[in-house]
Write a protein that binds this ligand. Structure first.
Ligand code: GMT
Length: 379
């Protein structure tokens, strides 16, 4: 099929997932067209059947707010027409679903019908979408989608709770590419960061408030008091400065490295012994799944969809949001002996396999077939 994918091109989970999906679909022979304002971060490989169309937003002195949605809708019409796309798949409701709706309506005027699928990722529903400034457009454009998917049962439930949704929401969980994220021996690299055999804890995020990076540091501080350990803080965002300041205040900087944004996540995850994700909310927690696929157990909060991927006492542990004492105690249970760590690692690997490309990508392909088929019936 010829599939258009609209996403945020940045390091956020929704853009990462959309790009991974496009790559996986291209590997299965589909023709994929990414339409966004910048080359997606994980779109760093060449495939003959992947195209990237950049949305240009002209600047005029009159515009305090350049109209990205309008530019996107126009670009969508052009790309769909020029490439004869079968289906459009938009990731993150705002503003992608409303631009897709706009494009579909314009094309209908030209006698063409392009179905669009909206995938809800999290903050488009739980944070930004709930803002009354956006609420009615979000509700309208989700309802106008030819199919709606959510990345977890929790996000599906949250969407029905917060918006007047009139259609079914299919749950299609995120997936992980085992060709890239798998267990590999990185002892040499590990030795560089933990020369005395210290345990390595890691956190990956966009350092937004919702990630509670201060809890990551609090848990680490408690673990470090009991066992030699190091912490890797990967990613960047608004809370990074606060986190770095807090490290200095706690006098634990020598054992923490802020690595910033990284492309080779699979390399770094492979030297970690434990992944920390104490978020206020996660619709899914893709970063934790990628860690598990590299055999890294997870200490997380029990918010949102996290219990759907981190299994209590098996792949790691979950605690109430903000309960850093329990998180630290559980971290020490996992890291306390090599045997226990090994068992949790094996469980994490086994559970991550449930979210493999082979299991999840066909679910999207069926949905594409279904909406494309409906389109032809209505023409
Ligand atoms: O976590 C973020 O802040 C980024 C955000 C995004 O929209 O890119 O991630 C959301 O989508 C990811 C992919 O589906 C999920 O794994 C994250 O859990 C979700 N984030 C939140 O719900 C806070």
């Amino acid at each position: 099929m010829k599939i258009g994918i609209v996403c945020y091109p940045t390091f956020g989970g929704s853009g990462v997932m959309a790009t991974e999906l496009g790559l996986a679909l291209a590997d299965k022979g589909h023709e994929i067209h990414f339409i966004t304002y910048q080359q997606p971060v994980r779109l760093n490989v060449f495939r003959p059947n992947i195209y990237y169309h950049e949305v240009m937003v002209p600047k005029y002195p009159l515009f305090d707010f350049p109209p990205y949605e309008t530019a996107l809708a126009s670009t969508l019409v052009n790309v769909i027409n020029n490439n004869d796309l079968d289906v459009l798949h938009v990731h993150y409701a705002i503003p992608h679903a409303s631009s897709a709706y706009f494009a579909r309506q314009m094309l209908r005027k030209q006698g063409k019908d392009i179905p669009f699928i909206t995938t809800l990722h999290g903050t488009d529903i739980t944070l930004v979408g709930k803002d009354s400034t956006y609420g009615c457009v979000v509700t309208f454009s989700i309802n106008e989608s030819d199919a709606i998917t959510a990345v977890s049962e929790n996000l599906r439930a949250e969407t029905f709770k917060s918006f007047a949704i009139e259609k079914e929401i299919h749950v299609i969980p995120n997936f992980v590419d085992a060709n890239r994220f798998h267990l590999t021996n990185k002892e040499h690299f590990k030795k560089m960061l933990a020369p005395n055999g210290e345990r390595i804890l890691a956190h990956v995020s966009n350092f937004r408030k919702v990630k509670r990076v201060e809890d990551v540091l609090a848990v680490f501080q408690k673990v470090r008091e009991k066992m030699p350990s190091k912490l890797l803080m990967i990613g960047d965002g608004p809370e990074r400065q606060t986190a770095e300041d807090l490290c200095r205040r706690l006098d634990i900087c020598n054992d923490i490295r802020f690595l910033g944004k990284q492309d080779q996540m699979e390399e770094i995850l492979n030297i970690a012994d434990l992944f920390l994700l104490p978020s206020q909310y996660e619709s899914f927690g893709l970063a934790a799944l990628e860690a598990m696929a590299c055999g890294v157990p997870v200490i997380s909060s029990n918010a949102g969809g996290l219990p759907e991927i981190n299994i209590q006492g098996k792949t790691g542990f979950l605690a109430e949001v903000g309960d850093v004492d329990t998180m630290a105690a559980d971290a020490m249970t996992i890291l306390g002996s090599d045997e226990s760590l090994q068992q949790f690692k094996e469980n994490a690997l086994a559970h991550a396999a449930d979210f493999s490309i082979d299991k999840i990508v066909p679910l999207y392909e069926s949905l594409y077939e279904e909406v494309a088929h409906k389109k032809y019936q209505t023409l």
